[in-house]
Design a binder for this molecule. Sequence first.
Ligand code: 13P
Length: 340
Amino acid sequence: MDRTQLESTARGMVAQDKGILAADESGGTIKKRFDAINLQSTEESRRGYREMLFTTPGAADYISGVIFYDETLRQKTKDGVSFPEYLTKLGIIPGIKVDTGAKPLAGFPGETITEGLDGLRERLAQYYQLGARFAKWRAVIDIADGIPSQFAIDANAHALARYAALCQEANIVPIVEPEVLMDGAHTLERCEQVTSATLASVFQQLHSHRIHLEGMILKPNMVIAGKKCPTRANAQQVAEATVRTLRRYVPSAVPGIAFLSGGQSAAEATEHLNLMNKIGGLPWQLTFSYGRALQDEALRAWGGKPESLTAGQKAFFRRAKLVGLARSGSYSAKQEQEAA
Ligand code: 13P
């Protein structure tokens, strides 16, 4: 393990004014996204879509890294340059999703365990050769009646820590992603409780597995009410609850926290990040690692049509810039009405 390299990659991932584009949708997930714009998911349509995003002029001003799915890491621009090589030249760090998905946890109805540890050491070595310098593993914690169980939280935290140790051994920075879903009808208070229990377990396991905290990034959910909860908290309450929770459980040695958007709209995810950075005085960088919140507008503007490539890139650049401003608390909701 080269600690200096890990620390420098991790710092680059959370550089000022920048954040990470999560473009690591699996085959099933990208098909769902393409269905929404009536586009068939083929290897070429997936390649074309990712090329549209990656070649957006100026993207490197706001994007520090891109998370790929296995297929995309091996794809090329139409000029024949591999995507990781293309982005590395722009100063954008390539990363790779390495988990193989959340599967039902036997004996615990309604709960899941994320798989993908078998053969991971060998896959990481290959991904490093292909240019990846960081990785991602997502654990999923759902909130509903009687769940999550402490057992499921601990099992997922254990797997996350085993993954993180293998990454660091391979000089790849692990993004540790324990996602508490916002799908349910739960309140913000319940989300805070479950997020707290999850982060406590995750950092205990990371410590037990001897993870070098300065060489990792945490990717958590925000503390927010479930989508079906009748009482919506306002944006300031979400920002304060999230910062309070993170302060309690995330050691200051961790260089950065990069949130997932988790089903929030692009504007909400931008505003929440902005308000948290406005609070200030935090020991870690607070940034984004958004999938849907960065891509939804671009996907719709592009619509799978070659003649709309520039429209898609404009929409992507605009959102990347707005979340980039939210990195320093300099975004204002008024900007939602302005063009790029
Ligand atoms: P969303 O921002 O769409 O939640 O995706 C981020 C991600 O990578 C989830 O694993």
